[in-house]
Structures are given as structure tokens and as C-alpha cells.
Design a protein around this ligand. Structure first.
Ligand code: SF4
Length: 949
């Protein structure tokens, strides 16, 4: 039998020392397993790990190009301090030693922590280590911590966690092997890159139908069986029109709704009172249902209960109630969501919407899957098989990055619930540690005190206005105003508001902005030009309004230039990392899993892993969780921390090979040889669930007991999916002035709560669109990431730059013609907020009212080791200049409201409207164009990079 090409020995000179190491890719957020071959400690090539649960051996262009990331001239080489007298943003630094750098940070942090810990704002990018950074912030005592989720896709996560107990993004995955009908909503081709490519391949081989709903037909959409070019921001309208058809035709899963959702729960009908819209409950707080078998109301749901789905009645105490399902039918069967009523607005024909609904219903109910697996539900009902309705969906940023994204994502989950298509064969399935109680039992920090850790983690899931992080006057506790009346369920914070709020001193000034891997002076900021000015804003005495900016990064990004102190990080091939079940794990639906990275390449410069720096600072500042009773530090470094830290007895950052002998999965005493065990087992751990634990886990008794035992959930109780969200209704009551607890006083806050916190999903037009003259700005402008670049991470990558080094604005051929533009022309693109110049490319595969470009390809000359005249800087551009972090209109008091989803605070990047004008002859080149950066200390800019040299 021939040896597969990848297994054949490579030619090797006798003097060469070759070794193969396993690790986890970090060229994007997928976290594929990689097999790295080195010769004499030099990277030779990178392959996919064949038995890895995420990528099964597949590697993408970015993953292979990790070699060039390691060889990038833009690597920072030593700690840097802004030169005395130099201005921020000029990239003028002195190299300093680590001892001095750490002493500076330690002294500043100590002063902040002992006086007012809120004055540290610690925000991170796509870092994959939030379990550590969140713990660190909690121990420091600042509520001002979050990662990138607030400007990425928190709408996805929050909507799922308030509806079904898991979510799109990293907390669930389609059952690629069994789905017969797959709908992809608003997903660009870099997202979940290798898993989706592998999954689409399976769908094609299995002859499943693949429908892509996306204004742009590139990447995944290009191989869809049906592409539906929807108008941006109207996906919720389309989903609810499909809901209308399913309800009208009665093609819904009655049994699923009655058993596993709150469809039969009774809702109090008492307008104008504090009870209106809340669930009728018994004395112990258990919701009431009407039992058709008894002919009476009960809270004691068991095997014999037959909950009525449609019922209106008067309780013994005189209160009028109706089931959730009665409200659902009343809301969606009416004309508002009829296909004919929404077709024009969505850009999808009414008969197409009717057909989509019928196709989904047909597959769900006529082509159901049965697996011969016996299981027992949490009420004790024995099932001799697992039934699946093989309609799967997946959604991402195209849905999420609008100001109506949360309710749109809730609409998708409503559709899944009506079809009974969740966590069964062929469905969208949960990935451990999900599903969790709805919402997860974790409230956000609402208070802080000098010198003390927070009593709760900074981020969480409010159940009502009483859980907001505000003071008695309604003033936000957090610098980003997350969990305030303006963004009550901001489960991932609002990183996009931090700099503007800090400079305005609203709600208060800060002392230190600590950024890790967050390019806030470029592509991670709405309103990039103004954000850069804000970072340099000074008081009358010449001091900076944000007094001290610390940036930790491995590469010379645009944001590094604005730092007062730069702490240089390692690359992902030079350090220890844990992709933890306590964070955003790599679990697959059938297997809770986690993974590691470990140093593969020797360090060649004076940099330190950020994790080690955090452990060092936590030890010096004597955070309780990092300090022994006798005052000595608890952990030597991050490697040691991962082995010995326990969040609860037996539960640590890594679940594999626990116990003193290394033979206990998921829970067990610390194992001093745990890292070695991971290295030996290809750098990942997967615990394969037995068949009877794999399905319908929200109600699967054995799974729920297992999940409790290993710490995924607190109690083995049913996770009842929520069509009607009571937490949202409590906020709505507060907006209406009748909530029995905290109420907002500002009229705009009251109106936002009363309008948008609807307990049932609904559609509304974008907030920015409502404040914009749409006739003057007729086009929607979007961005998406290409498969071969992840945000700005790879501008320094010599191989990937050869694939893409600048970007254009893509316009529908017909639209371009109407604007007097031809392929290759330069044009002005203008929003209400700003104006930029870029090159136009025309294409057929884009909805005519939409223009789009690749995200973060445009760069500042001189950043990322690029030459001043690099294409990224001269013809590449950033759409961010056109997007404002505030809505256009001010209130009567001058107050501006964040340009975000009013429920979660998700940045509404995709709501921007623009118009196009052809440039005059002689007008060309990117504008606005930031002046090229001077050379940063230690960063090289060779004209040509060769490998091997
Ligand atoms: S999809 Fe590509 S870049 Fe992302 S983790 Fe996997 S191999 Fe790496």
C-alpha cells in the first residue's frame, strides 16, 4: 500500500535535527489542531492534526502561513516606553528592561487598586484567554473588563443564552452528518472556517439542501444550492414571515413545544400593573400551566401532565392569563408578518418565503430521523429512540451587527423551537459546557471597593432591572455603560465605547487603559479617525485625558503607536496557552474538549507571554486567588497556574488527565504532569459522550446529571427553552413605569426599554436608519473578512499579503451603472458621519442596495512592519471612518446614545448607510490616509522577505 504523501519522510541532511510538535493554531479563532515540523528549531512546515476534533487534519491558508507570522519583521522585541516629550501616536519609544516596565505598571496598578479600582479599564481583543483575564480583573476589583464580544457578535450569544441555553457562535454547531436542510444566515467565509468547510462538504455529499441568506454571494454562499440576497438588517422580518407560515399551516412540533419550551406557561394579562406579562407562578416560584388531563392549573409538571398550548382563562385569584403559545399565535399569524407584507422590504419574493417555510416543514416532519438510542428525560419518561427534525441553521455577524440583531437572533431561535429542531439528530446542537440554565445563573458585578476583589465576575446575565450595574441615581458603574439603562443586557461589555466615554469623563475619568491584542486605534474602532484623536486628547495643562495607556501585543499594530508603555507578547508558537472549558472551548457536540499550546519555537527576543505577565502582576499585587495564606505567591507562572488553580474542587482550566495519576477526566485533583499528557496526546483532550447522553441535553436526565457532576451546570434540572422572555418583560415594565423595582428616569431610556424589550421577538428597522435621510444615503455598507486574513492580524504576513494586500468597494453592476461608475473607478463614499475615497469593483453577486468591502485590509503605512507606500496604506481603506459610535441625534439635554443594539449594546457596524459619487479625474488614492508611522524601536521593514532565506 502506498504511503500517503504527507507521511513520507522528507529529505533531510544527516546533520539536521527534525522534530514534530503538536499544538493549536492561532491564526484565527477556530483553534484547529496543528502538527508543526521543525528542523534545527526552525519552522519547516505546519499541517493539520488528523485526529483533532475541530479540523480533522484540514488546514487553511492562514494556518499554513503561521510560519511567516513567526518570521514577521513586525514582531515587537523589547518593552518600550514613550520617549520623554514625544506625542502619542508618533511611535517614538525608548527600549527599557522588563524589571523597569513591570515596576512602572505595578506601581500604577497598586495606586489605582487601593483608591478606586474602576480607574483601570482592561479590555482585550480576540484573545482566547478570557477565563484568565476575567479572573484577573475580578481579583483586581475593577468592573471595567471585557473582550471583543461587544463589538463582534454578542447579540448571537445573548439571544441564544436568553432563549435556548446555547447559541450560534462557539456554543453550538450544526449536525453536519445528518442535516438534510441547512440554512446559513449572515455568515462570512472566514467564520468557523475549517469546521464549516468540512461541514458543507458533508452536506454536499449527503445531498442535503444548503440555503444561504446573505446580501453577498462570496465564500460559503457561492456554493449554496440557493442564495437569497436579502436586504441587510431584514433577516428578522424574513424569519418571522417563515414563522407566520408555519403557524398558519399548523406545521409546528406541538410535542416539543409543550415539553421542552415555555409555550404552555401562563402569562398574566393585567395591563398597567407590575405583573403584566410576567408568568403566573405558585408560592415557590414555579410557573403554572393548564393541564388538559386534569382540566386544571398546576405547577407540578410530570410524565402524566398534558400542558395546554393554547388556553386563556381566569385563575382562582381573579387574574386573567393566557399561554405563551396563545401570544405567539396572536403576534405572528396576523398580517404584519405575512410573506406578502414583508417581501419588498426584505427583497425576497413572497412565494419564495412560502416555499422556504414549506421546505423546512417538509424536511422536519416528513423526513424526520430516528436513531435507535434509548434515553430518559428529566421527568423520568423513557424514550426508546431519538427523533430528529433534520433542519439545521447557523448564523453570525450579518445577523448580529445590527441594532435589531438581538431580536433577530431570537426570531431564528423561535423558528428552531417551532420546528422542534434543537439538539436532536440533524439539528443545531449544543457544545459543552452548554446548554446552561436560561439565562446562565451568573449576575454581573454591581459594586466595587478599594483594595478588594469583586464579589462576582465583571460580566453576567441580568434577570431584571435590579441586577443592573448602576448607582442609586442611575449612574453606570462601568466605563462602557454596560448593564446601565442604555445597554441593560450587555453581556460582553461595550468595548467600542470605552475610549470616547473615558475621554468625556462620562460616567467618570479613568487612570489606566490596558489593552491586549485590541487594535482600538484602527479597525477595532468605529469612527477610527476620531478615536485616534481621542487617544491623544489633552487637558488644558497638557496632560492626557486618558493618563496612561498600556498596550500588550506581539506585533507593531497601529495601536502600539499610541501607548505610553508597550509590553511585548510572544507568538502562539512560543508560549503556554489553555483553550479551556471555563472559557470558549473547542468542544464538539458529541465531546466536551479543550486544548493547549506550548512553547515550540525558542524565543529570539526579549518578550514575555502576557499570561505570565498577568500572573506576575497578580502575585506582586497580592490578589487573594494568587497568594498563599502566608503572603507568598501561589503560582510560579502560567504553566504552574494551569496545573494547580482550581475554580472549584477538582475543576481547573484543563479537563484532561486530571487526578494525581492523570487518569481522571474533567474533574480531579491537579496533576503535576498534565502538560506532558497533553503534549503526548496531540495537544487536545476530548471526552466522548456515550450515545444516550448526546441528544436533547436540555431535558436528558443522564446528561444533566453528568453536567452537574463535572461542573457545567449547578443542578440537574430541566433547561426549559424560552419563547417568551420574562427578563425582557421586566425591563419593559420598567420602561413603562410600572416595574416593582428600579425604574429609569430619563425619557429616552424609558422609551427604549418600553419599545425594544419585547418578550417575544419582533422586527424593527435599524436605529441609525431611522435617524438618516435614506433617500440621500440609499445604500447599506457592510464589511466581511476574507478566508485568508483574520482582521488585522496578518498584515505582517508575507505569504498572506501575496493573496490580498488591498481592498476595493464592491458594488452591484446595475447600481454602479446608476451611479455613473464603472469597474476600477475611484469614488467618494459618504455617510452622515464621514467621507472616504476608494476604488470600486463591480460584481453581480451582491444585493443591489448593498455595497461591501473586506474588513481591516487597509492599514496605516509603517504599522505592522509595512512600508509607507504599501498597497494596504495607499489603496486599501477602512470603512470604519464612516461609522460613528453614537447615533446621529442628540437628546434635548445634549446626550448622545450609543450606536448599538438597545438591548445588548452590540456595536451596530452594519447599519451604516452611504451614497457614492464618482471622483473627478485626477482624484485617486485612499483618503483619509493616516500619515505613515516612523520606525518603532526594534521593528524591521525589509523590502523583500524570503523563506527559506
Ligand atoms: S481555520 Fe485556519 S487559521 Fe483558523 S485556526 Fe484553523 S487552520 Fe488556523
Amino acid at each position: 500500500m502506498p504511503i500517503p504523501a504527507e507521511d513520507r519522510p522528507l529529505p533531510q541532511s544527516p546533520a539536521t535535527t527534525r522534530r514534530v510538535e503538536y499544538s493549536t493554531c492561532y491564526m484565527c479563532a477556530c483553534r484547529c489542531g496543528i502538527q508543526v515540523t521543525l528542523e534545527d528549531d526552525e519552522l519547516r512546515f505546519i499541517q493539520g492534526t488528523r485526529d483533532h476534533p475541530v479540523n480533522q487534519g484540514v488546514l487553511c491558508a492562514k494556518g499554513s502561513a503561521g510560519i511567516m507570522k513567526q518570521r514577521s519583521p513586525a514582531k515587537l522585541r523589547k518593552p518600550l516606553r514613550r520617549k520623554p516629550g514625544a506625542l502619542r501616536g508618533r511611535n517614538e519609544f525608548d527600549e527599557i528592561e522588563w524589571d523597569e516596565a513591570l515596576a512602572i505598571v505595578e506601581a500604577r496598578l497598586r495606586a489605582i487598586r487601593t483608591t478606586d479600582p474602576r480607574k483601570l479599564a482592561f479590555f482585550t481583543g480576540r484573545d482566547q484567554m478570557q477565563a484568565l483575564t476575567g479572573l484577573w480583573a475580578q481579583q483586581f476589583g475593577t468592573p471595567n473588563w471585557a473582550a471583543h464580544g461587544g463589538f463582534c457578535s454578542v447579540n448571537m450569544a445573548a439571544a441564544g443564552l436568553y432563549s435556548i441555553g446555547f447559541s450560534f457562535w462557539e456554543f453550538g454547531a450544526p449536525d453536519w452528518d445528518r442535516a438534510k436542510y441547512f440554512v446559513l444566515w449572515g455568515v462570512a467565509e472566514d467564520h468557523s472556517s475549517n469546521p464549516i468547510k468540512i461541514g458543507l462538504d458533508k452536506l454536499k455529499r449527503n445531498r442535503a439542501k444548503f440555503v444561504s441568506i446573505n446580501p453577498i454571494r462570496t465564500g460559503y454562499s457561492a456554493i449554496a444550492d440557493e442564495w437569497l440576497p436579502i436586504r441587510p438588517g431584514t433577516d428578522g422580518l424574513l424569519a418571522l414571515a417563515i414563522v407566520h407560515v408555519l403557524l398558519r399551516d399548523g406545521t409546528i412540533d406541538y410535542e416539543f413545544l409543550a415539553r421542552y419550551t415555555n409555550a404552555p406557561w401562563l402569562v398574566v394579562d393585567a395591563p398597567g400593573t407590575s405583573e403584566h406579562g410576567l408568568f403566573a407562578r405558585d408560592r415557590d416560584g414555579r410557573p403554572l400551566v393548564f393541564d388538559d388531563s386534569l382540566g386544571s392549573v398546576t405547577s407540578d409538571v410530570g410524565i402524566a401532565t398534558v400542558p395546554a398550548l393554547f388556553k386563556t382563562l381566569t385563575l382562582d385569584d381573579g387574574r386573567h392569563v393566557a399561554t405563551v403559545m396563545t401570544h405567539v399565535a396572536g403576534r405572528y399569524v396576523g398580517d404584519d408578518y405575512a410573506p406578502a407584507a414583508v417581501a419588498e422590504r426584505c427583497g425576497i419574493a413572497a412565494d419564495t418565503i412560502e416555499r422556504l417555510a414549506r421546505e423546512m416543514a417538509h424536511v422536519a416532519f416528513e423526513e424526520a430521523i430516528e436513531l435507535p438510542i434509548a434515553w430518559t428525560d428529566v421527568w423520568g419518561r423513557h424514550h426508546d429512540k431519538v427523533v430528529g427534525r433534520p433542519v439545521a441553521m447557523y448564523a453570525m455577524r450579518g445577523i448580529s451587527a445590527h441594532s435589531n440583531g438581538f431580536q433577530t437572533c431570537r426570531a431564528l431561535h423561535l423558528l428552531q423551537m417551532l420546528l422542534g429542531a434543537l439538539d436532536g439528530p440533524g439539528n443545531f446542537r449544543a457544545r459543552a459546557p452548554y446548554p446552561k440554565p436560561i439565562p446562565p445563573h451568573q449576575l454581573p458585578a454591581t459594586a466595587c471597593a478599594p483594595g478588594k476583589p469583586l464579589t462576582r465576575a465583571p460580566l453576567g446575565f441580568p434577570m431584571s432591572p435590579d441586577d443592573l450595574a448602576i448607582d442609586e441615581h442611575g449612574v453606570p458603574l462601568r466605563i462602557d455603560k454596560a448593564y446601565s439603562w442604555e445597554s441593560p443586557i450587555a453581556a460582553h461589555g461595550l468595548m467600542h465605547m470605552v475610549i470616547a466615554n473615558a475621554v468625556a469623563g462620562d460616567p467618570y475619568p479613568i487612570d489606566m487603559l490596558l489593552l491586549f491584542m485590541a487594535n482600538m486605534a484602527w479597525n477595532s474602532a468605529m469612527n477610527t479617525g476620531v478615536t485616534r484623536d481621542l487617544l491623544c486628547a489633552q487637558n488644558e495643562d497638557g496632560s492626557y485625558k486618558i493618563p496612561f495607556v498600556v498596550v500588550c501585543d506581539a506585533f507593531a499594530s497601529e495601536t502600539v503607536a499610541f501607548a505610553d508603555l508597550v509590553l511585548p507578547d510572544t507568538t502562539y508558537l512560543e508560549r503556554y496557552d489553555a483553550i479551556s472549558l471555563l472559557d470558549r472551548p473547542i468542544s464538539e457536540p458529541d465531546a466536551p474538549a479543550d486544548a493547549i499550546r506550548h512553547p515550540i519555537v525558542p524565543l529570539d527576543r526579549d518578550v514575555r507571554p502576557w499570561q505570565d505577565v498577568l500572573i506576575e502582576l497578580a502575585s506582586r499585587l497580592e490578589f487573594p486567588a494568587f497568594t498563599r495564606d502566608d503572603g507568598r505567591r501561589k503560582f510560579v507562572d502560567y504553566r504552574d497556574f494551569i496545573i494547580r488553580f482550581e475554580r472549584a474542587p477538582g475543576i481547573g482550566f484543563l479537563g484532561g488527565w486530571r487526578g494525581e495519576r492523570g487518569d481522571e477526566p474533567l474533574v480531579g485533583a491537579p496533576n503535576p504532569r498534565q502538560w506532558e499528557a497533553y503534549e503526548k496526546h496531540h495537544a487536545f483532550f476530548a471526552y466522548h459522550l456515550p450515545d444516550q447522553l448526546k441528544w436533547h441535553r436540555y431535558a436528558n436526565r443522564e446528561y444533566l446529571e453528568f453536567a452537574q457532576d463535572v461542573g457545567f451546570i449547578g443542578a440537574a434540572e430541566p433547561i426549559v427553552m424560552q419563547l417568551w422572555s420574562e427578563p425582557l418583560q421586566k425591563f419593559r415594565l420598567a420602561g413603562q413605569g410600572v416595574y416593582a423595582g428600579r425604574q429609569p428616569t430619563d425619557a429616552r431610556d424609558r422609551e427604549r426599554l418600553a419599545t425594544y424589550f419585547d418578550p417575544l421577538p419582533f422586527w424593527y428597522p435599524s436605529l441609525e436608519g431611522c435617524e438618516t435621510d435614506c433617500a440621500k444615503y440609499p445604500l447599506m455598507a457592510l464589511t466581511q473578512r476574507p478566508m485568508m486574513m483574520y482582521h488585522s492580524w496578518d498584515a505582517q504576513n508575507a505569504w498572506l499579503r501575496q493573496i490580498i494586500a488591498d481592498n476595493a468597494l464592491y458594488v452591484n453592476v446595475r447600481t454602479a451603472h446608476e451611479c455613473g461608475l464603472a469597474d476600477g473607478d475611484w469614488a467618494w463614499v459618504e455617510s452622515t458621519h464621514g467621507k472616504l475615497r476608494c476604488r470600486i469593483r463591480t460584481m453581480e453577486g451582491v444585493e443591489p442596495g448593498t455595497v461591501w468591502t473586506w474588513n481591516a485590509i487597509g492599514k496605516q503605512g509603517g504599522a505592522w512592519g509595512l512600508a509607507a507606500d504599501a498597497p494596504e496604506a495607499t489603496t486599501g481603506f477602512l470603512l470604519n471612518h464612516l461609522i460613528c459610535e453614537h447615533l446621529p441625534k442628540r437628546g434635548d439635554d445634549g446626550r448622545r446614545i450609543t450606536n448599538s443594539d438597545p438591548i445588548t449594546g452590540q456595536a451596530a457596524w452594519f447599519d451604516v448607510r452611504v451614497r457614492l459619487t464618482k471622483c473627478e479625474s485626477g482624484e485617486y488614492g485612499t483618503a483619509p490616509c493616516a500619515p505613515p508611522l516612523a520606525d518603532a524601536a526594534g521593528v524591521a521593514r525589509p523590502a523583500v522577505i524570503r523563506w527559506p532565506e
